[in-house]
Design a protein around this ligand. Structure first.
Ligand SMILES: [Zn+2]
Length: 64
């Protein structure tokens, strides 16, 4: 007779380690490491950090 062992201990494989960065304007996720995204800190209280993809950053802040 074989013993079927079941383990209830299982490492979480769907753990969210890092927040996905999504452009605040076009909602495009940051998938390409080489892209230079901008992080803008709002004047809100508490201040919020909002990411802009290169395209939207250029449109919002101009070429820099
Ligand atoms: Zn964008």
């Amino acid at each position: 007779m074989s013993t079927r062992r079941t383990f209830s201990l299982k490492p979480p494989d769907t753990a969210v380690a890092t927040m996905p960065i999504v452009c605040i304007e076009c909602r495009r996720p940051w998938l390409t490491d080489g892209e230079r995204w901008r992080l803008k800190v709002t004047e809100d209280s508490p201040p919020e950090t909002v990411p802009y993809c290169p395209n939207c950053a250029r449109r919002e802040f101009g070429a820099a």
